[in-house]
Design a protein around this ligand. Structure first.
Ligand code: PNS
Length: 165
């Protein structure tokens, strides 16, 4: 059966952990939509346009993956676009409470929508976009944390942001 899933997130910016989850999902499902969304609890460093461009470049070569962005509820978007499940990466246990809350809320809003968790690989267990921003803004080496093809753009953007802050 044809299965479409969505990997939603802030992706501020994309990390190798995100790419690991998206790549694995692309092998498991027919179509994978990567959704660059609004998390009202966070103020993004990268614009939506920038986050989409970085992601689009990073998933180049994964033929069944597309990158989109939308405002509003994830559960509603999935209903409207016939998306079967949400795929999220789970890192440490500390992610669990937040992820569980989102999964339950999305199911209450759209009972047909499942959430599937993929365990982060050991290299990405403690990797986060906020850590990338912090290390990058202090001049640290982020080459082990972000896709090689967008590394320079991320470094440039983070340092530009620091100058204007
Ligand atoms: O990468 P993040 O910030 O942990 O991703 C969280 C995100 C963007 C997936 C979540 O905030 C979200 O789904 N936002 C869209 C609006 C929505 O549906 N909110 C209710 C979530 S239960």
């Amino acid at each position: 059966m044809n299965k479409t899933v969505i990997c939603p997130g802030s992706f501020d910016p994309v990390t190798l952990g995100h790419i690991d989850v998206i790549t694995r999902a692309s092998k498991m499902f027919d179509r994978v939509i990567v959704g660059v969304l609004v998390n009202t609890a966070k103020k993004p460093c990268f614009s939506t346009q920038e986050r989409m461009e970085l992601l689009t470049e990073s998933v180049n070569g994964l033929d069944n993956v597309e990158v989109v962005s939308f405002d509003g509820l994830l559960a509603e978007y999935c209903k409207k676009h016939g998306i079967d499940a949400v795929v999220r990466g789970l890192r440490a246990m500390s992610d669990f409470e937040y992820e569980f809350q989102m999964a339950i809320t999305n199911k209450r809003l759209n009972p047909g929508l499942e959430t599937i968790f993929l365990t982060a690989d050991s290299d990405s267990m403690y990797l986060s976009s906020s850590m990338v921003r912090e290390v990058g803004s202090m001049g640290g080496d982020i080459s082990n944390f972000v896709p090689e093809c967008v590394h320079d753009k991320i470094v440039e953007r983070i340092s530009k942001k620091k100058q204007t802050a």
